[in-house]
Design a protein around this ligand. Structure first.
Ligand code: A3P
Length: 275
């Protein structure tokens, strides 16, 4: 992309807070934090700390675009500012509000096997309840409607995993070319290949490489390296999932199949989301 070159006397005079030129809009539990942290290893990427919830919360949005801008890190003109709020994906007004701010913005959408995503979502809520010594329903009782025996689309994690339904609302506001879909399962196994695609989409030079990652056997995930510093994602990322009865899994995979196929068709990308 076009870059301003700095005159020597300008120094860092153009360092200021800018509205994001790219947003990770979801999907919750698909690797949104990993994607943001991985991309931030790039010298031309600046990211907002924390989730902004600006376009999915009426009271936040009322604070105005100047407030939003002031939450962003200072950046140079040649850097890309990114924020991530997974809640945007299912927020019906978010696409229009984001387009209202910048109709040429770049959107990143990270997805993973929708059944794994539900289990991950359940595990997060379950873990938080256990920390407060609360009890929590069994996975099967939430996911399956006991009266009909069918998958319960009223259970929010099931609803969120209907990627096709939500993605349609984004396509109503943006060109497909403005929404880059990242494969969350691939990002776990082989971060570099997904990051190279994201670099291209964001108009960044290709600098992220194997040197930026090392596999941590204890965590079972890749961790990050920047110069002499290294760190893994927060321990809440990469939790052990409970075992789910094959009968329940089978029902879920059968339920999601038609939605997944519609999502592949309209996104132009295919994923192996089979049992
Ligand atoms: P699990 O904890 O269910 O395994 P999000 O940040 O959107 O909440 O996504 C969390 C998920 O990111 C984790 O789900 C994990 O699978 C995934 N993830 C991807 N890369 C990771 C990494 N390098 N370290 C830890 N978790 C990673």
């Amino acid at each position: 992309g076009f870059q301003f070159s700095l005159m020597p006397w300008q120094g860092f005079g153009d360092v200021k807070q800018r509205l994001p030129q790219a947003i990770i809009v979801g999907v919750r539990k698909c690797g949104t934090r990993a994607l943001l942290e991985f991309l931030s290893l790039h010298p031309d990427v600046c990211h907002a700390h924390g989730e902004m919830h600006f376009f999915n919360s009426e009271s936040r949005y009322q604070l105005g675009l100047d407030w939003y801008r002031r939450q962003m890190p200072a950046s140079r003109a040649d850097q890309v500012t990114i924020e991530k709020t997974p809640g945007y994906f299912i927020a019906r007004r978010a696409p229009d509000l984001i387009r209202g701010m910048n109709d040429s913005i770049k959107l990143l959408l990270i997805v993973r096997d929708p059944v794994t995503r539900i289990i991950s979502d359940y595990t997060q809520v379950f873990t938080n309840r256990m920390k407060r010594n609360d009890s929590y329903a069994a996975f099967e009782d939430l996911v399956i409607d006991s009266r009909t025996g069918d998958v319960s689309s009223l259970y929010k994690p099931v609803w969120i995993s209907l990627y096709y339904v939500h993605y349609m609302h984004w396509l109503a506001a943006f060109n497909r070319s403005q929404i880059h879909v990242v494969d969350g399962d691939a990002l776990i196994q082989d971060p570099i290949s997904e990051l190279r695609k994201a670099e291209s989409f964001l108009g960044l030079r290709h600098v992220l490489s194997r040197d930026n990652f090392y596999f941590n056997e204890t965590r079972g995930f890749f961790c990050l390296r920047k110069g002499a510093n290294s760190h893994c994602l927060h321990p809440s990322k990469g939790r052990t999932h409970p075992n789910i009865k094959p009968r329940v899994l089978h029902k879920l995979y059968r339920y999601f199949k038609p939605y997944n196929e519609k999502f592949f068709k309209i996104s132009g990308q295919y994923f192996d989301w089979t049992e």
